[in-house]
Design a protein around this ligand. Structure first.
Ligand code: NAD
Length: 260
């Protein structure tokens, strides 16, 4: 379905981003992966994508908190594959603390990586997409783009901002064959969720099991974590021709969380 297309997925060395990059490659897209982590493990993933799916894969170490690196990454994807057709703004970090103790540098970093990075990437990618009259922009937002939870002020603000960014961009590019949407998962079991358990234990005075049951899955009527593959399948669908009229949407995949 995506043979000849080129996709860039930010924050794709782990979790949801990695699953999306692999799913797009499985559909024939050449991919640029990005994110932090162990060099050898990243190279193994990159080479594995090429071998398993018969596509080309490159890795960009661009730091999503640095606008110049983001623009350079978009250019390098365009140079490597001749175009950048699918942009997935997925990189994100979390910090859990009451607002009066929330570290200022954490606020700045979460907004930079979770919101401003998408602005910089879209800004750099849209001219090429417009000239080819085809593009797919997908932002991994969150149930937290629609509702809030206490102690996550920066994350909730960044994700609400991302939903606004997607709507605005969708309107600007609507007549160019480009769609821009958010996917908003509930809790997906990835390192991002696992790492917030100790801080949530501290902020709420709970054990790890209580955090999982009474904080995380309490919000999700299905009482199950969402899988990275379910999120990736929705991203692939948004890249299909069948989804060409879905734009400016914020698609929940949250086990019913935001229906409450
Ligand atoms: P993860 O921690 O497994 O992956 C995050 C990725 O972002 C990693 O590849 C990491 O290296 C990368 N990253 C972090 N800082 C970066 C930076 N400065 N520059 C470049 N890359 C950077 O987390 P995940 O759960 O897969 O999260 C992916 C996205 O999904 C995030 O935007 C997150 O907010 C969103 N999300 C996650 C959940 C969930 O429950 N896991 C729910 C809703 C939304």
């Amino acid at each position: 379905m995506l043979k000849g297309k080129s996709a860039l997925v930010t924050g794709s060395t782990s979790g949801i981003g990695l699953a999306i990059a692999r799913a797009l490659a499985a559909e024939g897209a050449n991919v640029t992966i990005n994110g932090f982590g162990d060099k050898a493990a990243i190279e193994k993933e990159r080479a594995g994508i090429e071998k398993q799916f018969g596509v080309k894969a490159i890795y960009s170490p661009a730091d999503m908190s640095k606008p110049a690196e983001i623009a350079a990454m978009v250019r390098s994807a365009e140079q490597a594959f001749g175009s950048l057709d699918i942009l997935v703004n997925n990189a994100g970090i979390q910090h859990v603390a009451p607002i009066e103790e929330f570290p200022i540098e954490k606020w700045d970093r979460i907004i930079a990586i979770g919101l401003s990075a998408a602005f910089h990437a879209v800004r750099a990618a849209v001219p090429g997409m417009k000239s080819r009259k085809w593009g797919r922009i997908i932002n991994t937002a969150s149930a937290h783009s629609l509702v809030a939870s206490p102690f996550k002020v920066a994350y909730v603000s960044a994700k609400h901002g991302l939903a606004g960014l997607a709507k605005t961009v969708a309107l600007e590019v609507a007549t160019f064959g480009i769609t821009c949407n958010c996917i908003s998962p509930g809790y997906v079991w990835t390192p991002l969720v696992e790492k917030q358990i100790p801080d949530t234990m501290k902020a709420r005075g709970l054990t790890a099991e209580q955090v999982k049951r009474d904080v995380l899955l309490a919000a999700q009527p299905t009482k199950e974590f969402i899988t990275v593959d379910e999120v990736a399948a929705l991203a692939v669908y948004l890249c299909s021709d069948a989804a060409k009229s879905i734009t400016g949407a914020n698609l929940s995949i949250d086990g019913g969380w935001t229906a409450e």
